[in-house]
Every structure is written in C-alpha cells, then in structure tokens.
Write a protein that binds this ligand. Structure first.
Ligand SMILES: Cc1cc2nc3c(=O)[nH]c(=O)nc-3n(C[C@H](O)[C@H](O)[C@H](O)COP(=O)(O)OP(=O)(O)OC[C@H]3O[C@@H](n4cnc5c(N)ncnc54)[C@H](O)[C@@H]3O)c2cc1C
Length: 376
C-alpha cells in the first residue's frame, strides 16, 4: 500500500504530525504498541504553561494555546484546557534565579505576577513559612485534557481518509525508487515521506532506516498520586513548582500528583518508577511543605526525550531524502503539539512556517535538524 506520508509512532507527536499532514495528502500512522499513547503521552502531568522551557518552546506553546482554546469545529466534545495556575516558589537564597525566571516568564505570559509570601500561603497553605522566600503566579497556566487532544488529532486523521495501524512494529525500513518502504507483520507500506515520531525510540528508528541519529536522550521522570491532607480541599490549589525544578505537585481528582522532577538518562524502554525517586519525592516535598505522605495510591514513570539543545527537532533530515524528524519533545510534547504538528507539515512539504508561528518569532532554523547536524 502506498500513501503520501508514513508516520512511525502514534503518541502525541505522531498524532499531531499526522493531523496536519492529512490536510495535504494521505496519511498512515504505524504504531508498535496495541494502544496509541501507551508511552510518554499517557504518562504526563498534563500542564499547559508558558513559563517552562526555552524561548523556542515557549513560542510553540503560546501558538498551541490558540488551538487549544479554540480548536476546529468537532475536534473535541470537552474543553481542552481548564484553569489551574502555576505557583512558582523559591527559598530566599534563590533570589537571583527567581528574578531571572520572572523576567523571562513575563515575555510569554504577560499575566505573570509576583505574590507576597502571605498571598502564596493563602493559595497553598501547606508551604513552609520558614522555607518560602519568593513566589510568582502564572494565572493562565492550565490543565490539559491529554486524552481529548490526542484522540482529537487521531479522529481528525481518520475523518480525512487517513489510517492508524496499531501493533505494527516495523521489521525493516529502507528507501528504494524514491519511496520509504516499511515492512511489518501486518503488511508492507510505502510513501515518499517518512516521519519519525517514535519518541524515546526516534534515534533507533533513524538507525533502522540508515539515517544518522541526532542524539535523542530519554530521561525518566516519576509521578506519585497521594491522598490530600486531611481537612483541606486541594482542588483549587495551583500547581506548585520550585524554582530549581526539584519537585512539583498539583491537584488530581481530589488527590495530589507529586513528582521529584527527576531526570535519569536511560535507554528507551517501558520505564517504571524506582524506589530512590519515590524517596526523593517524599524528602523534597517535606523540605518545602508540611504535606505528610502516608500512602502512595498510584505511581508511574515516563520518559522525557530531549535533543542535545532541549528543543524539538522538526523537519526533513538534510542528508536523508524524505526522512522527516518529529522528535525531542522532552517535557513539552503535549503543550506544544498543535504548533509542532503544523510546523512539521509545512516543513515536510517545503512550505514556509505558518504565519502565526513566524509572528511569534519562530524561524525554521530553530526547529530543523540541521542545527544539530552542524554540531556533529
Ligand atoms: C512524568 C512526565 C510529565 C510530563 N508532563 C508534561 C506536561 O505537563 N506538559 C507537557 O506538554 N508535556 C509533559 N510531558 C512530556 C510529554 O508527555 C512528552 O513530550 C510527549 O508525550 C512525547 O510524545 P511522543 O509522541 O514524542 O512520545 P510517545 O508518547 O512516547 O510516543 C512515541 C510512540 O512511538 C512508538 N514507537 C516507538 N518505536 C516505534 C517503531 N519503531 N515503530 C512504530 N512506533 C514506534 C511508541 O510505541 C510510542 O507510542 C511529561 C512527560 C512525563 C514523562
């Protein structure tokens, strides 16, 4: 079967890429697992924030915010964003880092405002007064409905005649006669353009296709769900993040989702939480808050896969005709997905970036893999 675009991987990156490519031609997504979203996409903290990541990430996030707030008709039956807010907290000694984060943050999130210690404690009463030195609030930070976004993209692909095939692990990938040929147990497929949206496995997919890797580094991050403190309603709390990104916590259906914000480099795999990171989460939360973690109700870990410059890699490989990267989504792959997908489709088809991305100061050179090739 021959299509216009073959996409490997049906996480958020592959789904967003396929959605925007399906406006330009026939798309087939091949996913190795039985369920799309089984890996990083189904394991995130689901936060939309314009104050996290470098400037390229923030621009992609802001552009995506427009899509999330007003998605195309029929994209989803529920709102994609719900108010949450981020409370950034720092001990007194971290003043310089706090001020720098505040100044950078204001450029993309104009609503950012400093809070007094009393105001911060009113928003999250379990913070330790003797630990808290500085705080700012990003009121426009939102919880994302990851499932609705992911399935909105996949449904959009189907509506335009595209297909998703699960349990379709490629056992051979090769280019012949101007087409990428992908052989799976479910059949062989071909297209002039092959999009590598394999998350933690992006470099492995490239290597299997005979394309040089770009240095995608998967890092484990751990999440725990714990009971809320007795007698306190937590649903209206903002997400609380410390300035050193050494922990965060946020409400999750009447409970708290907490993370030690760990980053352990690992080979790509179905990653599981480790005791050491669970202990770190408990210890770090205890330093900054009066939360007592008695029982862990659920826990999981996921991989955040970064390019060497911690920026998404979007667009055609300069050395491999028709091989297009959609990789390095790191800790930003949900909140940047619509803009990243739109950029991918434009760059894969040799078009200029969409005007709303250029208007935010984004240029192809910030996204294309060439920037990493030059450094190799
Ligand atoms: C704990 C945690 C918290 C996070 N919090 C946030 C957050 O608050 N906000 C945010 O925006 N982002 C967050 N992220 C990051 C976000 O989850 C990721 O950036 C995003 O899910 C990456 O999507 P992906 O499609 O690249 O990867 P994945 O979802 O892992 O998808 C890749 C897919 O490729 C498939 N695949 C692999 N190899 C092959 C192959 N050879 N052939 C076919 N298919 C293949 C895999 O099976 C997988 O389904 C968080 C991540 C973690 C782990």
């Amino acid at each position: 079967m021959t299509v216009d675009f073959l996409v490997l991987g049906a996480g958020m990156a592959g789904a967003a890429a396929g959605y925007f490519l399906s406006e330009r031609g026939r798309v087939l997504i091949l996913e190795r697992e039985d369920t799309p979203g089984y890996h990083s996409t189904g394991r995130s903290a689901a936060l939309y924030t314009e104050t996290y990541g470098n400037e390229t990430i923030r621009a992609l996030t802001s552009a995506s915010g427009r899509f999330f707030r007003a998605p195309p008709q029929g994209f989803a039956e529920v709102p994609l964003l719900k108010p949450r807010g981020v409370l950034m907290v720092a001990p007194a000694a971290e003043e310089a880092r706090f001020e720098a984060a505040f100044e950078l943050g204001r450029r993309f999130a104009p609503g950012l405002r400093r809070l007094s210690r009393a105001e911060a404690l009113a928003l999250c009463p379990v913070l330790r007064e003797d630990w808290l030195g500085h705080a700012f609030l990003e009121p426009e930070a939102m919880d994302m409905d990851v499932h609705a976004i992911h399935h909105g993209f996949l449904a959009g692909i189907r509506a335009r005649g595209g297909r998703l095939l699960t349990a379709a692990a490629p056992h051979a990938i090769a280019r012949a006669a101007g087409l990428w040929q992908v052989h799976t147990a479910q059949g062989s497929f071909a297209a002039p353009v092959l999009v590598d949206a394999a998350g933690a496995w992006a470099d492995e997919v490239a290597a299997a296709a005979g394309v040089a890797p770009i240095g995608i580094a998967p890092m484990r991050r751990t999440v725990l769900i714990v009971g809320a403190p007795r007698g306190l309603g937590v649903d209206a709390w903002p997400m609380v993040v410390d300035i050193a990104e050494s922990f965060y916590f946020k409400p999750e259906s009447g409970r708290l989702l907490i993370s030690p914000a760990d980053e352990t480099p690992l080979p790509p795999q179905d990653v599981q939480p480790e005791e050491i990171d669970i202990a770190l989460a408990v210890e770090r939360i205890a330093t900054a808050t009066r939360l007592e973690i008695r029982r862990i109700e659920r826990k999981w870990a996921g991989l955040r896969s970064f390019a060497p410059d911690r920026t998404l890699v979007i667009g055609p490989d300069p050395w491999a005709p028709g091989f297009v990267w959609m990789a390095g989504q790191g800790g930003y792959g949900i909140k940047t997905a619509p803009a990243a997908g739109a950029a991918l489709a434009a760059l894969a088809c040799g078009e200029a970036l969409p005007a709303e991305l250029s208007a935010l100061g984004l240029a192809p050179a910030q996204l294309l893999p060439d920037r990493l090739r030059a450094a190799q």
